[in-house]
Design a protein around this ligand. Sequence first.
Ligand code: HPA
Ligand code: ZN
Length: 336
Amino acid sequence: MSVSKEFLLGLPKAELHLHLEGTLEPELKLRLAQKNHIDIGQSTIEEVKASYQFDSLTSFLMVYYPAMNVLQDEDDFCALAVDYLEKAKKHNVKHCELFFDPQAHTSRGVPFETVINGYYKGVMKGREMGVDAHLIMCFLRDMSADSAMETYKAALPYRDKILGIGLDSDERDNPPMKFAEVFDMAKKAGFHITMHCDIDQVNSIGHIYDVLHKIGVERIDHGTNIVEDPALVDYVIEKGIGFTNCPVSNSFVTSDMKGREIVYLLQRGAKVTVNSDDPAYFQSYISDDYYALAEKYDLSKEDMIQIAKNSFSISWISDEAKKKYIAMIDEYAKEN
Ligand code: HPA
Ligand code: ZN
């Protein structure tokens, strides 16, 4: 084993695949449930943890969505973001682009402005702590295209608070093209765009083809099934399109980390990255994901440095900022 946990913890990183709602730790969940008088069916941390049983994306989402009921006011959303950003700082995350799911809240009566203003307050606090945090608004793909459009329009008055637009939730029967119109509008309006292509879905490769060639995403979230189609692999390498991979999350919702695919893509020069997805549920924050992948696939320091560099190079920051962070990695590598 040539790369240590400490090295990976200190390595400057960008986190690009992180669902704020997936950072709700049992402690905060119980505190907010008590504050807002919400019965979540559990009253101890052990009981909450015991409810975390899933073996697929669908079964994970069935635990994930009901938990969000504890988030009610602006302070709750802010507290959730700050909780994550404090952890991100400890893992030496310098820059992050954080997913949030407004429809998971507006659909239960929480106003859009409460969600965005609360999260954005948290993001500002993160920046004060030295973590350059930004927000990516995701549509829930198991809701209708009309609902996504309505959410997009609700977001427009807050557009200076939103860096990009994404797509998440249950992919089964909810292909990317269902949302072609709203993504086209978002792209034309200058938002960055990305979409989840989850692991081993029905018609994964067709969905990956469509997000690349029809929607025109800048990144793919997960997306490792691309290895099944050599022409698509050549295409992403040529275009520099990045992947936000989440090895520990993969090992919860499928039978493995998909590390062989991630390593193959890395070795081919594709811009793969490592991220934590829903760290409170998979009990793995970003450096833990880096370590899990490095240990299982015997990756070198150089491999992990490349992954960290990829995380900045596919992030949505200026070329100047990319250079600054990549130089920071080189400096760190020289000294450690
Ligand atoms: N895929 C789809 N939806 C999600 C995920 C994911 O990895 N995490 C949280 N919502
Ligand atoms: Zn995800």
